[in-house]
Design a protein around this ligand. Structure first.
Ligand SMILES: [Zn+2]
Length: 215
């Protein structure tokens, strides 16, 4: 199966991608992993990407597309793959279609993890992390510490990461709306879009997605 997973920040996309890929026995291909692998292996594409990132610029679509193509040509992706973070705009989606067409392949489905925006903000902005151990995670509403601002596990100070502030989250959602949401319409027009309500337990969301894919 060849699947694209889309969804706003805070929809639990990375977690779902890992579970779905495992259930379907296909590789999970994320843009983040592609960048990291190419940079750490010092590939030509990795060097190009790094130069842009070091300068604080976005990596151009052509570089991302070439990395994705390389990865999809690996033997473990012969029977399918789950793409996460790619395509992230319509021009990347068009490039992906062209790539697949050239290999006489096509996508089977595009899963759209749907969450309510205020809920995403609440989930992320309420997160508190322990200064001693970033694995000690709390949430002001859903998993509050016994004493405010103090880690239950080790007594460390709890803080909110800069990335988790409400302003940052709203900003990331705005970027998602402008750049990535148009691909949802693009795939809807191709009859590939499957919308999955992404609230609730991780396992329930995976189950919903697997049921939708069987249809
Ligand atoms: Zn702690």
């Amino acid at each position: 199966m060849r699947i694209v997973l889309v969804g706003p920040p805070g929809a639990g996309k990375g977690t779902q991608a890992a579970f779905l890929a495992k259930n379907l026995s296909i590789p999970h291909i994320s843009t983040g992993d592609l960048f990291r692998a190419n940079i750490s292996q010092g590939t030509e594409l990795g060097k190009q990407a790094k130069a842009y990132m070091d300068a604080g610029d976005l990596v151009p679509d052509a570089v991302t597309i070439a990395m994705a193509r390389d990865r999809m040509e690996q033997p473990d992706a012969a029977n399918g793959f789950l793409l996460d973070g790619f395509p992230r705009n319509v021009s990347q989606a068009v490039a992906l279609d062209e790539m697949l067409r050239a290999a006489t392949m096509k996508l089977d489905a595009v899963l759209d993890l749907e969450v309510e925006e205020d809920e995403v903000v609440k989930r992320i902005a309420g997160r508190r992390i322990c200064r001693n151990d970033s694995a000690h995670v709390f949430h002001v509403t859903y998993a509050p510490a016994k004493a405010e601002g103090v880690c239950d596990a080790c007594g460390g100070e709890l803080y909110q990461r800069g990335d988790d502030s409400e302003d940052t989250v709203r900003n990331r959602l705005e970027v998602y709306h402008t750049q990535t949401e148009p691909i949802i319409d693009y795939y809807k027009a191709q009859g590939l879009l499957v919308t999955i309500p992404a609230l609730g337990e991780v396992a329930d969301v995976t189950k919903r997605a697997m049921e939708a894919l069987r249809k």
